[in-house]
Design a protein around this ligand. Structure first.
Ligand code: C5P
Length: 218
């Protein structure tokens, strides 16, 4: 039996990659599947929360009363997330947002026309998590993720503070059975009271449930 211990909460989840368009047929992206975010959204829904998902270009099935806003680019994800954030009690941003977008070539297809190299300039995208953290009210709570390859504890503590988070989940993406396109993950969890836990090699479904358990204990 589901505990219904998240009823009264309105949870915003971002998930999946973003696509940064360059020309008519090409874009900059990453291999995020969105599975971690989908598990977190489903766990919150099963526990009675109202759920809004801002989804990059991946296709997950959600129950009919989950509000799914589909976006492509980081700028669209920023617009959608900042728009719904004031109505939410809780944010959990799992999306693998592109930090940079290529300066567009234009709407037509780029033609290589004898070139043997190509230089593309990039401009930075806004940090959605940091923006939500900066406008976070006392009645809101915010969870972020961090994909790290080294110095995981230091990086997690730094981001928790810099982005004004209540909890951060850092995953070691270079460990076997962790990170992008994996059903399992190995994570280090830190909350703002300084409580730290390590959850090695767990299914993402289980990690999702534990994240909400931990948040509800605070
Ligand atoms: O600083 P870093 O990119 O490692 O932070 C990762 C966290 O920030 C993730 O929760 C991710 O969803 C979020 N993020 C964001 N907007 C960005 C970049 C990252 O919301 N432009």
């Amino acid at each position: 039996v589901s505990p219904d211990d998240m009823s009264g909460k309105h949870v915003l989840i971002t998930l999946g990659p973003t696509r940064e368009k360059w020309d008519a047929v090409r874009f900059w992206s990453n291999p995020s599947s969105g599975l971690m975010g989908a598990c977190i959204a489903m766990a919150a829904w099963l526990r009675g929360a109202k759920v809004t998902v801002v989804s990059g270009p991946v296709n997950w099935w959600f129950p009919a009363d989950v509000n799914v806003i589909k976006v492509d680019s980081a700028r669209q994800m920023f617009e959608a997330a900042t728009d719904v954030w004031p109505e939410c009690t809780t944010g959990c941003l799992t999306a693998a947002v592109a930090d940079f977008r290529p300066v567009p070539h234009g709407d037509s297809k780029f033609k290589k026309a004898g070139q043997d190299s190509l230089s593309v300039n990039f401009e930075s995208n806004s940090d959605i998590l940091k923006t939500l953290g900066a406008t976070k009210r006392d009645d809101q709570e915010l969870i972020g993720f961090a994909a790290e390859t080294s110095d995981i504890e230091k990086a997690a503590a730094g981001k928790l503070k810099a982005k004004n988070l209540d909890m951060i989940i850092a995953n070691l993406i270079n460990m076997p059975g962790a990170g992008f396109e994996s059903f399992t993950n190995s994570v280090y969890v830190l909350d703002k009271s300084g409580r730290a836990e390590e959850w090695p090699n767990l299914p993402k479904t289980e990690i999702a449930w534990r994240i909400w358990d931990l948040l509800l204990q605070n």
